[in-house]
Design a protein around this ligand. Structure first.
Ligand code: ZN
Length: 180
């Protein structure tokens, strides 16, 4: 969405690119739209160096590297059991920075997010987006619409934004988010 959440990954990993700290970023294979992590920040957006970004189904491979820092984009698209891998990475002394959505189109928190909170993150940054209805910068929710009408149930909680369907995504504030 237009909240700048991937932008946080850039502000964190940008300076690392000039350091000798080994790092790698991962994104879910389920994201069929993008081939690297990118952000709408700046004119035309900015992108991660594609050679540093791996598209994966699981994060197991990150346990075998010498990386000191692990970046993960679209964390909500990973299976909930991947939170366990992140716990192991932390136990290895690695830093993990993950970005993603906290709630699905019904306003229900993703299981993996709940599990990550149970690991006890050092910091959680919640971004607000601009509500597509009132244009106030106070949107916490993602509304999925079909022909302009909110879809309130019956969809998987992760729907790839890859243009193979006719759903529209909107950011909505508390007042304008429609729940079942
Ligand atoms: Zn609104």
């Amino acid at each position: 969405m237009k909240s700048g959440k991937s932008g946080d990954l850039f502000s964190f990993f940008g300076p690392l690119g000039f350091s000798n700290v080994p790092w790698t970023a991962y994104m879910p294979s389920r994201n069929t739209r993008d081939n690297t992590i990118w952000s709408r920040m700046g004119r035309g957006g900015i992108r991660f160096d594609q050679s540093k970004v791996y598209k994966v189904d699981t994060l197991d491979i990150s346990l075998e590297t010498n990386d000191k820092v692990i970046g993960i984009d679209e964390i909500h698209m990973f299976d909930p059991n991947q939170a366990e891998i992140i716990g192991k990475l932390l136990a290895q002394g690695k830093d993990v920075v993950a970005a993603g959505l906290d709630m699905d189109y019904r306003g229900v928190v993703y299981d993996i997010i709940t599990r990550l909170i149970m690991i006890g993150p050092d910091e959680i940054i919640i971004h607000q987006a601009v509500c597509d209805v009132c244009k106030q910068w106070n949107a916490h929710f993602t509304q999925i619409l079909h022909n302009g009408i909110p879809v309130l149930e019956g969809l998987p909680s992760i729907i790839p934004d890859d243009k193979t369907h006719e759903y529209d995504y909107q950011s909505r504030c508390r007042e304008h988010f429609v729940r079942k």
